[in-house]
Design a protein around this ligand. Sequence first.
Ligand SMILES: [Fe+2]
Ligand SMILES: [Fe+2]
Length: 351
Amino acid sequence: MVSTLPAAPKSAVEETLLTPRFYTTDFDKAAEMDLSEGETELQAMLTEMRADYNRHHFVRNEAFKQQNWDHIQGAERQAFVDYLERSCVSEFSGFLLFKELSRKLKGRNPLLAEMFGLMARDEARHAGFLNKAMADFGISLDLAKLTKKRTYTFFPVEWVIYAVYLSEKIGYWRYILIFHHLEKHPEHKFYPLFNYFESWCQDENRHGDVFKALLRSQPNMWKTWQSRLWSRFFLLSVFATHSLTVHERGTFYDMLGLDATEFDTAVVRETNNTSARAFPVILNVDHPEFFKRLDRCADRNLKLKQIAEGTGSKLWKTVRKLPLIAGIVGDLLRLYLIKPIDAEAMRATVR
Ligand SMILES: [Fe+2]
Ligand SMILES: [Fe+2]
């Protein structure tokens, strides 16, 4: 039986610092990129992407039809819907960026145009699949409206490459760690979406590899001292955003029987290790201060949220928020300054 709740179209997503963003870039610069140093790897990735291994994967099976999800109620229902919504928006944001890159690069950079087209294909499937899951819970995102209403953040091409590489790889680790956990604890598999995560995350892994090939094809993105500073900046931004979001979503991880802090640590650790294959430096997550400070940022962020949602005048709220914000900024700064690990030096031993 399918849920009887009508699917209310939704085009507004509450925007916070942690909401997935929509990006745009310098398309002319992207078209003119010299890819000669990464040609072989990029051609190999193109062959993989064309093979379309997940062509038949994103089809809703019987498990979705057999059940009614009305037994998931209250805070749990809200937490799961929030998870679906955020995931859907972030997949859709990837789709829009890749689609636009593919369109703008057509005829100017055929290799990249085709590659971005194929990645857009995958992200559209992912977003569509999540949107159908949301419909099971009586909500659907009006993606067309969302496209028009959202503001787009401009990122130079290099930033796009660093940021998308990381978001694909962290996406891979999030999906696969949840999948492996639920394999061991099937009693927590409260919805069939999770059965799809194993092949799904392989799409994200491949997308990450495409961006790795792009990054390595641009020597200025890993050979210069500036690239080392940018790498640290993007690694820390992505990890901090991830940690803060995971802690905000405690209820969802409780439903999965996952310890939010352990999950957060595992995802950051794995993504950081993986990044050593692409970035000139990675963060020293084994430094005793690393997770201590990152956790404290997440705690302070939760307190900020409580203040924002609580009662009191705007001025009083601001007064209470300021020391917390200063604390987060201070911790992030200290985290940024922890001596990183030289990935170029260890490249030969990294797999
Ligand atoms: Fe995706
Ligand atoms: Fe992806």
